[in-house]
Design a protein around this ligand. Structure first.
Ligand code: APR
Length: 309
């Protein structure tokens, strides 16, 4: 039997994710949004692509949650997106209410599901989802590190004029301006990246990675990125649905790892059919570890604001 995946939010990220998942054929999809007709129209349009793209999966759109019952995976993209000049943190209180409401409605109908949070500010929203769902930490994971790492890998490959396939990298930390694109664990064809790119240039690439989301927002002017984000969500879902056990940088609830406790931050995790099956602790340089803690501090600041609201 096919898996069942619910995608909440039929906007840019949600609909593109639904399309990419539909083309995989391994799951039936329920697309949910509050706007009447939007998820129904997009789902029907995607369904009608089936004969051409070779997918016989099912996809439906809905404004209610009945149809989402017994989903294996719930992807939450509902909320507002950034406009130029806004940081992800500016979305906090609006998206906190939306995510709380949606998590409550979905998990009650799919108590055994794995929840993948995409709505920003990502780390804080994952924490909120863990709280509202009451799920074990293994079944609430956030998508950000795969995206940030994909941006970092793309920039490094462009710089060195090599295939992205040979660039191995990890961006850790919160999904914000303080994220930590690591240099130590980053290699190109097995060669440490620091041996290939001068420090000053590498710093510029690291900074461009940190600003990767803002660069797209400034160009689009009306919203934020969705092609690379949806591709990143689907890589995580592949690993869960197919039990591939990939090691991917994801937002996970830490209890002591990297000296951090009681909050969601991006770290390398093994993703499989049970969700987060292991958290890996890399040897980071002192400065990388410091940056990771600084990044965790900015996540904590958001948690404090949420606690007061
Ligand atoms: N229930 C269901 N859907 C909702 C709700 C809700 N309570 N509130 C908002 N939505 C829907 C909107 O109607 C809209 O269709 O969420 C969708 C969001 O789509 P976009 O505005 O296109 O935003 P998108 O670019 O998809 O980004 C969504 O993902 O990457 C993050 O920062 C981004 O937080 C943002 C989220």
């Amino acid at each position: 039997m096919r898996q069942k995946i619910t995608v909440v939010g039929a906007g840019n990220v949600g609909a593109t994710t639904a399309q990419r998942l539909f083309e995989k054929s391994y799951a039936d999809i329920v697309l949910v949004d509050i706007v009447e007709g939007l998820p129904q129209g997009k789902a029907l349009d995607i369904l009608e692509s089936g004969p051409v793209v070779g997918s016989d999966a099912n996809i439906i759109g809905t404004n209610t949650y009945e149809e989402t019952s017994n989903s294996d995976i719930i992807v939450i993209t509902s909320g507002i997106a950034r406009k130029p000049g806004m940081s992800r943190d500016d979305l906090l209180l609006t998206n906190m209410k939306i995510v709380s409401d949606v998590v409550d409605k979905t998990v009650s109908k799919s108590p055994d599901s794995i929840v993948v949070i995409v709505t920003n500010p990502l780390d804080a929203m994952a924490q909120q989802a863990l709280k509202v769902s009451g799920f074990p930490k293994q079944r609430v994971v956030g998508m950000a590190g795969v995206l940030d790492t994909a941006r970092y890998r793309s920039f490094l490959a462009e710089e060195l004029n090599v295939s992205v396939d040979v660039v191995q990298a990890y961006v850790l930390g919160g999904h914000g301006d303080t994220m930590v694109p690591t240099v130590g664990p980053t290699t190109v064809g097995g060669i440490p990246v620091a041996d290939l790119i001068p420090t000053k240039r590498l710093e510029e690439i690291v900074q461009r990675t940190r600003d990767g989301g803002a660069e797209i927002v400034a160009l689009l002017k009306t919203g934020s990125a969705y092609y690379a984000p949806s591709a990143s969500i689907v890589e995580m879902i592949d690993s869960i649905v197919l039990d591939k056990k990939l090691i991917l940088p994801c937002t996970a609830y830490l209890e002591g790892e990297y000296g951090l406790n009681g909050l969601y931050v991006g770290v390398p995790v093994k993703l499989g059919k049970s969700g987060i099956e292991h958290i890996y602790e890399f040897d980071l340089t002192d400065s990388e570890l410091q940056s990771l803690h600084k990044s965790a501090e900015s996540v904590k600041e958001l948690l404090e604001i949420m606690a007061g609201n």
